[in-house]
Ligand binder design. Structure first.
Ligand code: GLN
Length: 472
């Protein structure tokens, strides 16, 4: 097989070829080495091909979001404040992939500290959407999504706090899975909002997502909130959707405000495919989830303001010396090291947590969060999965939302509720929009730890959709 043919395979297909002796594990890794990164997807890439390890992922090169600490390899989280930082240890998620035989191919560009929906908040430049270079790839795992969609890597990992795996997957026409909170260890993953952050795969198809998640999940003594997935992850087999109920809530459907016609049309088409394959579409309600964004934009900045206090010029990366005091050094380092969106979140978060306001903002947001989790609990009494569009729009133009943070925040309307509830959700490509010609995502969410069932249903829907699109 030629290198280009090898790059055309999914990871699962490549592993089959390796198993059959048609392709060598070293050849597989080499097929992705030294490719021209015309998308600005990578912040670092390995200059030599790594020796293939042993295990179920032997030879698979993985693009890793630059938020995961990798021993001796630059790790910036997309921020200038971590420029030059080389961690002395490796994140558990990465170590587990390496333990399964995979190798880190590259570290991917991202919105600074995972704050953003377009990858325009990176200190290292925008990432381009492989379908249209004038458009954003989504964020914050935009580099991971663009790399997989653009054929620069067979698979990637990212993190999702409010949508950062699912939304870029949707905008780039690939699969993105946010596992149940606690399924994958957060150890070594630079913290944004600790009660929401989760690591997950970005892949070309559902089978590859399952393949990676099976290795990623697990309890880790170094992350006390990690539990792993009880029973592990079963590789999906497909089959029909007989007996499965798919819940649609009006406020989170094609009828929601701001949903583009391309997104609405493919959402309906996918629901029809689900019915054709034996699934039942049922009406549900998520009455509190419409307040998800409001709660998220209090809780996430609040946690971020605390987590980002550690970047002070003393421990890691950048230091800008002051003339006199230590305080001045902190101030200069932070004002030069952080970008505008990160500063905005720190200010919002610090304000929301300040004495006298704590209960009115943070306390209230936590109560809303509990109600949203209750919404899903009630919904799952009536259905097996909740389905929604992943993003209200297709990939938007670069620069279009940078001056309007609220418009940017609306990108996560459909993904934030599941993050607040801690439940797993996957985005699949539903097809290309009739008028835009750009990818549209379809989201399925299930109860906590239902990953194996979720992947099973997703595989069947993926086959029914039959999306083969690749950027030209
Ligand atoms: N876009 C959302 C934000 O900016 C979500 C980001 C994420 O999931 N990391 O916070």
């Amino acid at each position: 097989m030629s290198e280009a043919e090898i790059r055309g395979l999914t990871a699962a297909q490549a592993l089959e070829r390796i198993e059959a002796g048609d392709v060598d594990a070293a050849e597989y890794a080499a097929a992705f080495a030294g490719l021209d990164d015309d998308l600005n997807a990578f912040l670092w890439s390995r200059d030599e091909v790594a020796d293939p390890g042993e295990g179920p992922l032997a030879g698979v090169p993985v693009a890793v979001k630059d938020i995961f600490c990798t021993e001796g390899v630059p790790t910036t989280a997309g921020s200038k404040i971590l420029e030059g930082y080389r961690p002395p240890y490796t994140a558990t998620a990465v170590a587990k992939l390496e333990g399964a035989g995979a190798s880190v191919l590259s570290k991917t560009n991202m919105d600074e500290f995972a704050m953003g929906s377009s990858n325009e908040n990176s200190a290292y430049g925008d990432v381009l959407n492989p379908w249209d270079h004038d458009r954003v790839p989504g964020g914050s795992s935009g580099g991971s999504a663009a790399a997989v969609a653009g054929g620069l890597a067979p698979c990637a990992i990212g993190t999702d706090t409010g949508g950062s795996i699912r939304q870029p997957a949707a905008l780039c026409g690939i699969v993105g899975l946010k596992p149940t909170y606690g399924a994958v260890s957060r150890y070594g993953m630079i913290a944004f909002a600790s009660s929401l952050d989760q690591c997950g795969p970005l892949t070309r198809d559902v089978t590859d997502a399952a393949l990676l998640l099976r290795e990623l999940e697990g309890r880790d003594s170094r992350d006390s909130t990690s539990t792993g997935i009880p029973g592990g992850v079963e590789l999906p087999a497909g089959g029909d959707l007989q007996g499965l109920r798919f819940g649609v809530a009006r406020d989170f459907s094609d009828e929601a405000e701001g949903v583009e016609p391309d997104v609405a049309a493919l959402f309906r088409t996918t629901l029809d495919l689900i019915s054709d394959n034996g699934g039942e579409i049922v009406d549900i309600e998520l009455p509190n989830a419409t307040h998800g964004l409001s709660a998220y934009y209090v809780i996430a900045p609040a946690e971020a303001s605390a987590n980002l206090a550690r970047f002070d010029g003393v421990r890691y990366g950048l230091r800008v010396d002051g003339d006199e005091s230590l305080g001045e050094m902190y101030e200069r380092t932070r004002s030069q090291g952080f970008g505008a969106e990160v500063k905005r979140r720190i200010m919002l978060g610090t304000y929301a947590l300040s004495s006298g306001y704590y209960d009115a903002y943070y306390g209230q947001a936590q109560r809303v969060r509990t109600k949203i989790a209750d919404d899903f609990r009630s919904a799952f009494e009536k259905c097996d999965f909740v389905v929604t569009p992943t993003s209200p729009t297709v990939a938007f133009k670069r620069g279009e939302r940078t001056q309007d943070p609220l418009a940017m925040y609306l990108s996560d309307f459909f993904t934030v509720p599941m993050s607040l509830a801690g439940i797993p959700a996957i985005s699949l490509p539903a097809g290309l929009g009739a008028s835009s010609g750009l990818p549209v995502g379809f989201q399925l969410a299930g109860p906590a730890f239902s990953e194996s069932r979720l992947l099973g249903a997703a595989l069947t829907i993926e086959k029914a959709i039959g999306f083969e699109g690749r950027p030209g």
